[in-house]
Design a protein around this ligand. Structure first.
Ligand SMILES: [Cu+2]
Length: 83
């Protein structure tokens, strides 16, 4: 899944991760193959705020690392401006 129209500026990005589902999930952020942020495994209804550093060029990839979830589509990427 891409996030059309969503392009981040390089620099710190504050992310609010909210589990609106009915099972546990997390979200891991990576850029250029390196992990740049990771939430706890969030229970349904839990929320966590974290700050990641977006580097020019991106993209930043997001995925849930609960087994089977990324393969089921729980992943996305967001562009970062500049290069
Ligand atoms: Cu998940």
């Amino acid at each position: 899944m891409d996030c059309p129209g969503a392009t981040l500026r390089p620099g710190p990005v504050t992310v609010v991760a909210t589990n609106t589902g009915s099972s546990e999930h997390d979200v891991v952020f990576s850029e250029g193959g390196a992990e740049i942020g990771r939430s706890h495994v969030l229970k349904p209804g839990e929320q966590q705020t974290l700050t990641i550093q977006a580097t020019a060029g991106g993209p930043i990839r997001l995925e849930c690392t609960v087994p089977g979830h990324a393969a089921a589509g729980m992943r996305a990427s967001v562009l970062v401006a500049g290069r």
